[in-house]
Design a protein around this ligand. Structure first.
Ligand SMILES: Nc1ncnc2c1ncn2[C@@H]1O[C@H](COP(=O)(O)OP(=O)(O)O)[C@@H](O)[C@H]1O
Ligand SMILES: O=C(O)C1=C[C@@H](OP(=O)(O)O)[C@@H](O)[C@H](O)C1
Ligand SMILES: [Mg+2]
Length: 166
């Protein structure tokens, strides 16, 4: 079984993905960590030194590789992974996808000024709100094609969605 968690930065993909994998006795894959391992540098360094286009190419390649592997896993994708190079098609064709839908106000509360997410670096709170709001509007239609959408998900809600699927 391949389970993909998708959603905005701060929606809890990494945190809940790790918990879910442990609960289901599945391998946990964090796509950002895979990229960092492959490139030997942090996400922020890759953005700064090679740029976003390069990052998206590596992200897409690793998503495709995992998607076509014979392994089962819970994957915490990066927030942009479904939204570039037909990532959402790859996800839909190969596994069960869950959109962690969290309101912008909550994302803002979780992602403070020191976030290591380069796309969200901002001069002040107003600029950060603007960036997250715009990103959310653009991505929402793609995220919404997931097999299941869960609002403000926690571990029990994720487990329920997976048991209902079976
Ligand atoms: N359900 C939750 N409730 C409150 N805070 C959360 C929740 N899930 C994650 N967080 C916090 O939000 C931040 C981002 O979570 P993370 O799992 O890294 O999100 P993502 O991988 O989707 O970007 C972390 O500081 C984490 O502790
Ligand atoms: O939304 C995005 O485009 C990104 C989200 C990040 O992952 P998280 O969603 O885990 O924060 C990371 O992949 C990179 O900073 C780009
Ligand atoms: Mg993450």
């Amino acid at each position: 079984m391949k389970i993909y968690l998708i959603g905005m930065p701060g929606s809890g993909k990494t945190t809940l993905g790790r918990q879910l994998a442990e609960e289901l006795l599945l391998l946990f894959v964090d796509l950002d960590k895979e990229i960092e391992r492959q490139e030997g540098k942090s996400i922020s360094q890759i953005f700064a030194e090679q740029g976003e286009d390069y990052f998206r190419q590596v992200e897409s390649r690793l998503l495709t590789e995992w998607a076509s592997s014979t392994k089962g896993f819970v994957m915490a994708t990066g927030g942009g992974a479904p939204c570039f190079y037909n990532g959402m098609d790859t996800i839909l064709k190969t596994g069960f996808s869950i959109f962690l839908d969290v309101p912008v106000s909550e994302l803002l509360a979780r992602l403070d000024r020191k976030t290591d997410r380069p796309l969200l670096h901002a001069a002040d709170a107003a600029e950060r709100r603007e960036k997250i709001t715009t990103m959310s509007h653009v991505r929402q239609p793609i995220y919404a094609t997931a097999n299941v959408t869960i609002h403000n998900a926690d571990l029990p809600a994720l487990l329920k969605a997976i048991h209902l699927k079976n």
